[in-house]
Design a protein around this ligand. Structure first.
Ligand SMILES: *Cc1c(COP(=O)(O)O)cnc(C)c1O
Length: 484
């Protein structure tokens, strides 16, 4: 812990040099009372915690700089802000106007109607692990596994709490050290040793899984012969990792999953693909003709990998989960690993995922927000952009410039790098700069998050639903009043 910001500054005696100035600071109790006076709706626990934080910060600031430079009003405002942050629900709902369907900072995939299934499962008791017919202990994932099998075409399936754990479980189960094997090796192309956001790095996860990473090929080119040469008596797995958040172009070569599966079969070594983002909807057949074909999970499964794993909350459009599909032998081994218990999916995730998988089997794609957004035709975006543009014109009354235009935006969320969707946007210019305007929109009671490009704030209709227009208008109104 930073010694300059103790949890309870009252317990830490001051250094003599700043003693007088520090005495001028109100006590935590006094400041908490002042905070409650400023905002009567704040509960006492939040006022006290906010006050404690503000006093500690002020003391730290004094230790660093001129003690005379701290004034009471600043400390009070800091305490009030800290207290308000504590009572605000977490995470706070925001309107996503960025056009990035899978925005990592905005919670990746929105669940829409599937959220009700999670809420229902969570609100009361359920038969999560009870077989209602026999009265005996039941299977936690139930028919969810059957649905994954139907959708993917794989022999077997399993789900854990996210894709990072799915990979960890695959490595530990299929290539982990055993009493007789010693440390085993996992062969990966140097072009696939990726870092996904949120500190997920393939080499690190391999170290944690207790396997030895054997890198083959070069950053830009890896050939089948590179894998062949690296195979030895300790090889436990051939691993393919999707480059989810960057693209390679130019003088490049990689080994396809099918070829790798061929090699694995020949040598009796399991082949695993960490696909990252994938979907059970053939998006190419439904109009996204240029989206990379590896996003379609059944086509990956058909190549015969022992395991393919992917995220539940990327292109699939479900809750956070790690989906595992593959051969019965490999999947059953992963299920039986004691580590699976530590990585299990919670009941809300199970309920939401089951809802999404059922909707996919029913072909109710419009009910899965991510899929609906990806597939919305550009003409329908145009009509909605023009309507929003007209609505904003009347809100700003000439004080800001409103332009309706075409644009394109990435899908985001570590899914399909380089692939962009055509879209329609409303651009807003004025209020002394786009980044300031964007900040005011985020500060609105119902925060709106936008793209900022050059001098314009950009509202992208791809991620704005019909129900969001009101919030956007209110946020723009809020920005205008804050600037008045
Ligand atoms: C996103 C991603 C992960 C991490 O998945 P989470 O569900 O966020 O844990 C792992 N590998 C690849 C290739 C990814 O794209």
């Amino acid at each position: 812990m930073d010694p300059r910001s103790p949890v309870n500054p009252e317990e830490h005696p001051d250094e003599t040099e700043h003693r007088d100035a520090r005495r001028a600071l109100p006590s935590v109790d006094r400041l908490a009372r002042q905070v409650t006076g400023m905002a009567g709706d704040l509960p006492g626990w939040a006022a006290r915690a906010g006050a404690r934080e503000a006093v500690a910060a002020a003391r730290a600031e004094m230790a660093r700089s001129d003690p005379a430079g701290i004034d009471l009003a600043t400390v009070q405002t800091a305490a009030l802000t800290a207290a308000r942050r504590l009572v605000a629900p977490q995470p706070r709902p925001v309107v996503n106007a960025t056009g990035v369907v899978l925005h990592t900072n905005l919670g990746r995939s929105p669940l829409g109607a599937a959220a009700a299934a999670a809420a229902e499962a969570a609100a009361g008791y359920s038969d999560l692990e009870l077989d209602l017919v026999s009265g005996r202990r039941g299977n936690r994932l139930g028919s969810l596994v059957d649905k994954l099998v139907l959708l993917s075409g794989a022999q077997a399936a399993y789900a854990c709490n996210n894709n990072a754990s799915a990979l960890l479980l695959a490595l530990d189960t299929l290539a982990g050290e055993t009493a007789t094997s010693g440390l085993r090796e996992v062969i990966v192309s140097r072009g696939e040793l990726v870092e996904i956001g949120g500190s997920f790095r393939v080499p690190d996860i391999m170290a944690k899984a207790g396997v030895r990473l054997v890198e083959v090929g070069s950053t830009n080119r890896t050939h089948l012969s590179d894998y062949e040469r690296a195979i030895g008596p300790n090889t436990g797995m051939l691993l393919k990792v999707h480059r989810s958040n960057f693209e390679q172009s130019g003088f490049v070569a990689e080994v396809g999953l099918g070829e790798l599966v061929g090699l694995g079969r020949e040598r009796g070594i399991p082949v695993v693909e960490d696909l990252g983002s994938g979907t059970f909807v053939d998006l190419r057949a439904r109009g996204l003709t240029t989206i990379p074909e590896e996003t379609y999970v059944p086509s990956r499964v058909a190549m015969g990998a022992d395991i393919v794993c992917l995220s539940g909350d990327k292109l699939l459009g479900g809750p956070q989960a790690g989906l595992i599909v593959g051969t019965a032998e490999a999947v059953n081994a992963m299920k039986a690993n004691p580590l699976a218990r530590a990585l299990r999916l919670d009941k809300m995730g199970i309920a939401a995922l089951d809802w999404v998988l059922t909707a996919l089997l029913d072909d109710r794609l419009s009910e899965i927000p991510v899929v609906a957004q990806l597939l919305e035709p550009v003409d329908s975006l145009e009509a909605r952009a023009k309507a929003l543009g007209a609505a904003l014109e009347s809100v700003v009354g000439g004080k800001l410039d409103v332009v309706v235009a075409t644009d394109c935006a990435p899908v985001g969320g570590g899914s399909v790098p380089g692939f962009e969707l055509d879209t329609w946007v409303v651009e807003l210019r004025g209020l002394r700069g786009a980044s300031r305007l964007a900040g005011l929109l985020r500060a609105a009671p119902a925060p709106v998050v936008t793209r900022v490009r050059d001098d314009a704030v950009v509202f992208d209709l791809r991620t704005l639903g019909d129900g969001d227009a009101e919030a956007v208008e209110a946020a723009v109104q809020f920005a205008l009043t804050q600037s008045a």
